[in-house]
Write a protein that binds this ligand. Structure first.
Ligand code: PEP
Ligand code: MN
Length: 339
């Protein structure tokens, strides 16, 4: 349910309402808007109607309305306006597009620093790089681990960019939360509910990637696991889904962008690198994603893609990345956004 407070409600009244909500067995998420404060109360209580009536009579309450969508806190019913949140020195969501860029994996100090410098110069707002890698084969490069994480932090600090990196399992969550500005949950862990709950508890900004066979309905409920822990700094990432098509690595689901934007207030980021699997398709799909309403892009960039330890074939060289950003900027402007 959504509890809408009167404009005149005091902090004491807000406190009492939140206490009552919790006592009835619901979680309470307070959202202070410019003109109104609302509380999202989520829980699976049988006496919900009775609780709604009781809460409706508390001082300071203007209205109590049920949330009909399954994804409660992420829904537009709960929050009509687009969400945005800080990640280090940048804001994800809103009219200024987010540009996440960097290699698939951190491979060495020289590699990550060189790439960090070039993506920063081309307008990236967040530096990416995998330290713990979810590889299809156990015999391929698994990432540099903690050492890679520290190098990513060093490179980010050097060029003044916040960093995002993937958490693979609960074991490394603490150290990743310590070093990273944003935690990526990869496609393979999109429906790892134990990990989602734990990442939600950290309250760190999250980039949640869509699972390769996760429907939009399921994807929104995965995000809900993070939100239900009180972590509202969540961006959703469309990165392609499995279809019968084999000409590309995945099928980038362009439809998902307007559908997600309609159903949720959370920012939506497009990843055309994993979405296509081939560098030559990355820029066209990046342009399409911006035109479709994405709040940002996540692009794999590598200084030497031919020798990259992972995803070289879908990585843009720095010059190509720069050219892509130039055109993407024009498209962003055409639809009233800034890149
Ligand atoms: C990645 O971002 O490098 C990655 C492994 O992505 P995904 O989880 O979307 O496959
Ligand atoms: Mn990758």
């Amino acid at each position: 349910m959504i509890i809408v407070l009167k404009g005149t409600a005091t902090d004491d009244e807000l406190y009492e309402i939140v206490e009552a909500v919790k006592e009835y067995g619901y979680s309470a998420e307070v959202v202070k808007g410019e003109s109104k404060t609302i509380i999202g109360a989520v829980g699976d209580q049988k006496e919900k109607q009775q609780h709604m009536n009781l809460i409706g009579q508390l001082p300071g309450v203007e209205a109590v309305v049920p949330i009909l969508q399954a994804h409660k806190l992420g829904s537009r019913e709960f929050k009509h306006d687009d969400s945005s949140f800080p990640v280090g020195n940048t804001i994800v969501g809103g009219d200024k597009l987010t540009l996440i860029a960097g290699p698939c994996s951190v491979e060495s100090e020289e590699q990550i620093i060189e790439i960090a410098k070039t993506v920063k110069a081309s307008g990236a707002t967040i530096l990416r790089g995998g330290a713990f890698k979810p590889r299809t084969s156990p015999y391929t490069f698994q990432g540099m681990g903690v050492e890679g994480l520290k190098l990513l932090r060093k490179a980010g600090d050097l060029v003044d960019l916040p960093i995002v990196t993937e958490v693979l399992d609960l074991k490394n969550l603490d150290i990743i939360s310590e070093y990273a500005d944003m935690i990526q949950i990869g496609a393979r862990n999109c429906q790892n509910y134990a990990l989602l709950k734990a990442v939600g508890k950290t309250k760190k900004p999250v980039l949640l990637k869509r699972g390769m066979s996760t429907s939009i309905y399921e994807f929104l409920l995965c995000a809900e696991y993070l939100l239900a822990e009180g972590n509202m700094s969540v961006a959703l990432c469309e990165r392609g889904i499995r279809t019968f098509e084999t000409a590309t690595r995945n099928t980038f689901d362009i439809n998902a962008i307007p559908v997600l934007k309609e159903r949720t207030h959370l920012p939506v980021i497009a990843d055309p690198a994993h979405g296509t699997g081939y560098w030559q398709y990355v820029s066209p799909i990046a342009y399409a994603a911006i035109a479709a309403g994405a709040d940002g892009l996540a692009i794999e960039v590598h200084n030497k893609p031919e020798v990259a330890l992972s995803d070289g074939g879908q990585s843009l060289k720095p010059k190509k990345f720069q050219a892509m950003v130039g055109k993407a900027r024009i498209i962003a402007k055409a639809i009233g956004k800034e890149l």
